[in-house]
Design a protein around this ligand. Sequence first.
Ligand code: PMV
Length: 330
Amino acid sequence: MASLKGWGKAHVNMALVKYWGKRDDDLILPMNNSISWTLDAFWVKSSVTFDPTWKEDTVLIDGTVAKPEDVLRVTRFIDHLRAQEQVSDRCRVESVNHVPTAAGLASSSAAYAALAMAASQALGSQLSLRELSRLARRGSGSSCRSIYGGFVEWLKGEQSDGNDSYAVPLGTAQGWDLAMLAVIVEAGPKAISSRAGMRQVVQTSPFYAGWLASVDEDLMTVRRAIQHRDFSALGQAAERNALKMHATTLGANPPYTYWLGVTVDVIRRVQAMRDAGVEAYVTIDAGPHVMVLCREADVAEVKKGLGDIAGIQTLVVAHEGPGVQGGRIS
Ligand code: PMV
């Protein structure tokens, strides 16, 4: 049989209520629901080719052969689809990142959503968006949300097989003057991955119980804020939720933090701008970079306000992005 090829493109999503902690490491099932906003500025495009004559999987990221551990992760991910489709052909994955990965902004949320789409298109799998979301989740939890554009909620699910753990769309910000400024700071490679970090927190941090006890209220507030287009409520809840997530890391044994000095400088500056009447809020994933949520009309002011902080590498303005796209390549 000849080779089969497909492509997929997905955008990075930024969590407003974080996914933090797994109840099943293998199936990637989370302890809590999470809510994100898909962004237009950062995306990953992938192609996947299956060929019966190949002996092993190959992975090229931005034209460079991936490290063996990254190839293994992709192989394990594609194996889920191979098992589902009863295919054993090896594949070649080519992925282009429109994300400053070298600067440490996570591309995994977009990468596994794009890969799920590309591989299923290649095999002619005809998966629904829900099935794609479930599949993408197996690569990296947050990527199940990148299947959809706009605001998205990942339902943690209750079942032990993970069938009820997938993302659902929550609506769009179109016509709402929302923007997100990505503050990429100068940083070396991450000392602790989100995967290892959340495991350490769940196992050892006494603050994790507080996270779990309060996350449902954050989810409710954010859902309501999206529904009523209440910017202040959205921003306040997102900032509160992010800082709470990061607080759990300080309670871990051994304790750690994703923050650098410049991370704290940006947080304080945003809070000072707010006191001075420019309404902006921070959210931070498992890294030192800061995302600033503000009104479109205030983007220039916020950029100016952050301009003199030492250690910022670049500022990228983002808005709402679309859901995953893809197709067959003949
Ligand atoms: O999906 P992962 O393993 O990259 O974990 C993502 C965890 C956070 O970015 C911190 C939160 C989230 O919901 O995206």
